[in-house]
Design a protein. Structure first.
Length: 237
């Protein structure tokens, strides 16, 4: 019987960050519920979750109160604080109050997902993300190995992150700026040519003919997308 997906509660009032986190977490294979305030969060945590991702600056109060209430009630659910408060005193306070990790905005999505997996592993919960497959391509997020059919492909860290992101969202078109934000992170200071360079390098490694790509497609005037899985490949599996 397949293992149930880990359930995560995301307490975040910023609509853009909430949407991006939901996309990323669901892409990792997690089930996600959302709350936008301390009150909504406290109502939600009456159900069982494997992890809570918590903003502190919420419209009806300080998210730290939710941490205190949970720990005072004896609830041991792991908590990852995600906040713009970057002072050392805030970090110390958050961890002392009972949070398991503390991440400051702006953050890199790949690093945040790695922290989520680490917390769940520490809590004894298998994250169950497994190998990501798209036609003949496969990636293993845990071991950072990649390949095509039986051939292992050597990818640099950012090449791996970009390909993994695209493979998790087949058929969806992303602008270069969106890819920079999702893969490189909002603190990255380079320009969109970085994306073009990495796509060229990926095509040289994963395509049979880089001049006629079948995996990463250019959407002229917009950006890039991972093509949908080919029916002939699906039929062979």
């Amino acid at each position: 019987m397949p293992r149930a997906k880990p359930k995560i509660l995301l307490v975040e009032d910023d609509a853009r960050i909430r949407r991006e986190l939901m996309d990323a977490l669901r892409g990792e294979g997690f089930e996600v519920d959302v709350a936008v305030s301390v009150r909504d969060g406290w109502t939600a945590v009456q159900r069982d979750y494997h992890l809570i991702i918590l903003d502190l600056g919420l419209p009806d109060g300080d998210g730290m109160q939710l941490v205190r209430n949970l720990r005072a009630s004896g609830r041991g659910v792991p908590i990852l604080i995600l906040t713009a408060r970057d002072g050392a005193e805030h970090r110390v306070r958050g961890l002392d109050e009972g949070a398991d990790d503390y991440v400051v905005k702006p953050f890199h999505m790949g690093e945040l997902m790695a922290r989520v997996r680490t917390i769940l592993r520490r809590a004894g919960r298998s994250v169950g993300t497994g190998t990501v497959q798209h036609d003949a391509l496969w990636l293993d997020p845990e071991t950072r190995r990649a390949g095509r059919d039986q051939q292992v492909i050597s990818l640099k860290p950012r090449e791996f992150d970009l390909l993994l992101f695209l493979m998790r969202h087949p058929g969806r078109t992303w602008t270069r700026d969106q890819l920079l934000d999702r893969v490189w992170g909002p603190s990255f200071t380079g320009d969109s040519r970085t994306v073009d360079l990495h796509v060229r390098r990926l095509r040289a490694k994963i395509e049979e003919d880089a001049s006629d790509p079948r995996f990463i497609e250019t959407v002229w005037g917009v950006g890039y997308r991972m093509c949908e899985a080919h029916s002939d490949e699906r039929a062979r599996r």
